[in-house]
Design a protein around this ligand. Structure first.
Ligand SMILES: [Zn+2]
Ligand SMILES: [Zn+2]
Length: 258
């Protein structure tokens, strides 16, 4: 069975353009240099699985004509990945049912603090999520009948969940990881990795780090997401080795679930 991945956002935590920034990328007329906050949708048999829901979710859903969200997977609770949660309300309202949500114990505990009001009510005034806590560092669950592997890595002190479905893996906001990461990525043909800019920072990999992971996993297709305004799409594309490309908002590709 096949499924379609759509990149809803390929930008870093501040998006591109950055508010009030005079830099050339922020003022670029190139649409490939406009980036919403990082998120993807996986479309399988007419159902939409959303990975993260940042502050641009409303605009992203309109831009990509996403009409429904059937399940929600969270990588971690930084602002750029959760600030659009309230905008999922329309989907639970229309369905009159809670949206299945998969997240780590750490993410669940954080959400209870940051979005306390979602846990106090179960009515139409807030989004209704049905929480499925993934309470081990790695494992397997079924989302809408599809096998999904999850695994854990780190961004500073933040624990982040990566997800693998079929021959595709979404590995965003990765900075520190154990050797076991590569066990979870064996056989992956479509890999998305995050990089804020070419140089390493306390929270993000450098381009060299990204290339090193890509060489170990050796997917047919590797895309870079979570790019900030230091990155011009065409500059980066030209500097990358074969088999690795910058993502862009609206990019889509088909993956295999078998
Ligand atoms: Zn992020
Ligand atoms: Zn800028």
């Amino acid at each position: 069975m096949q499924a379609k991945v759509i990149i809803l956002g390929s930008g870093g935590s501040m998006g591109v353009p950055v508010i009030g920034c005079p830099c050339p990328v922020c003022h670029s007329k190139e649409p490939l240099n406009k980036r919403f906050r990082p998120s993807i949708v996986l479309q399988v048999e007419g159902k939409n699985i959303l990975f993260d829901c940042g502050p641009d979710f409303h605009s992203q859903a309109i831009a990509q004509e996403i009409k429904d969200i059937d399940a929600f997977l969270l990588t971690h609770t930084h602002f750029d990945h959760i600030a659009g949660l309230d905008d999922l309300r329309i989907f639970s309202l229309r369905k009159q049912a809670a949206i299945p949500c998969y997240l780590s114990q750490k993410s669940y505990d954080d959400l209870r603090k940051r979005y306390y009001y979602l846990f106090e009510k179960d009515d139409e005034s807030v989004v209704r999520l049905n929480y499925n806590v993934l309470n081990k560092p790695a494992g397997l669950f079924k989302v809408l009948g599809v096998d999904c592997h999850y695994f854990t890595y780190y961004q500073g002190s933040m624990e982040v969940a990566g997800y693998r479905i079929g021959n595709f893996a979404y590995v965003t906001d990765i900075k520190r990881y154990e050797e076991e990461l590569f066990d979870h990525l064996i056989g992956v043909e479509y890999l998305i990795l995050s990089m804020q800019r070419k140089d390493a920072s306390h929270a993000h990999l450098s381009l060299e780090d990204v290339i090193a992971i890509r060489e170990r996993v050796h997917p047919q297709h590797c895309y870079i997401t979570h790019m900030g305004h230091d990155i011009d799409y065409h500059d980066l594309k030209e500097s990358l080795p074969a088999g690795i490309l910058p993502a862009f908002d609206g990019l889509s590709f088909w993956i295999n679930l078998d």
